[in-house]
Write a protein that binds this ligand. Structure first.
Ligand SMILES: O=C(O)CCC(=O)C(=O)O
Ligand SMILES: [Fe+2]
Length: 171
């Protein structure tokens, strides 16, 4: 986050409350010998977090990110974590950092395991574009209460960039 703050020309102290809580999700994807090309392990979505760190535990591929209209596979690396930009970082930066839509496919022969660590603002706070990088009239996103945004996202089907749709001012 220090590097991101420097890139934006923002004081790190002003954003440090936005990634203070952590939620972990461990996901087990069984192998799928039949119809593996017709089902997904996780449907396309972006994470609601500020940043997500993903550890692809047993180095089986399956994670893909959306680049324009194509799905690009992310090869697991034994010494690296995947860092995903989440929706709250997109909102904080008024779109300068864009959250990444991703999905996970299943493997016909191998099971897959991952742990995602979502770095989130405190549940009882609000997040909006940072005043240091945007003036009122340039804001593309509303300020959201974290608890309300979480409720919307977790009660809807995973399908694209839900928090962003909820946060964007309609044009
Ligand atoms: O299993 C993975 O590699 C990613 C999981 C994921 O996208 C998530 O937990 O939000
Ligand atoms: Fe995700």
């Amino acid at each position: 986050m220090g590097t991101i703050a420097r890139n934006l020309g923002v004081d790190l102290d002003k954003i440090k409350d936005t990634y203070v809580s952590q939620a972990l999700r461990m996901t087990y994807y069984p192998s799928c010998p039949v119809a593996h090309d017709k089902v997904l392990g996780i449907s396309p979505h972006s994470d609601i977090s500020v940043l997500t760190l993903v550890w692809e535990l047993n180095l089986v591929d399956g994670l893909q990110i959306r680049r324009q209209d194509a799905w690009v596979p992310i090869k697991p690396h034994p010494k690296a974590l995947v860092v995903n930009v989440g929706d709250f970082l997109e909102i904080l930066t008024n779109g300068k950092y864009q959250s990444i839509e991703h999905r996970v496919t299943v493997n016909p022969h191998k099971e897959r395991m991952s742990i995602s660590a979502f770095h989130l603002p405190k549940i009882d706070t609000s997040v909006g574009p940072l005043p240091d990088i945007v003036r009122e009239e340039e804001k593309k996103y509303k300020t959201l209460r974290v608890d309300q945004a979480a409720k919307v996202v977790f009660s809807s089907k995973l399908d694209g960039k839900k928090t962003k749709e909820y946060a964007m001012f309609s044009t």
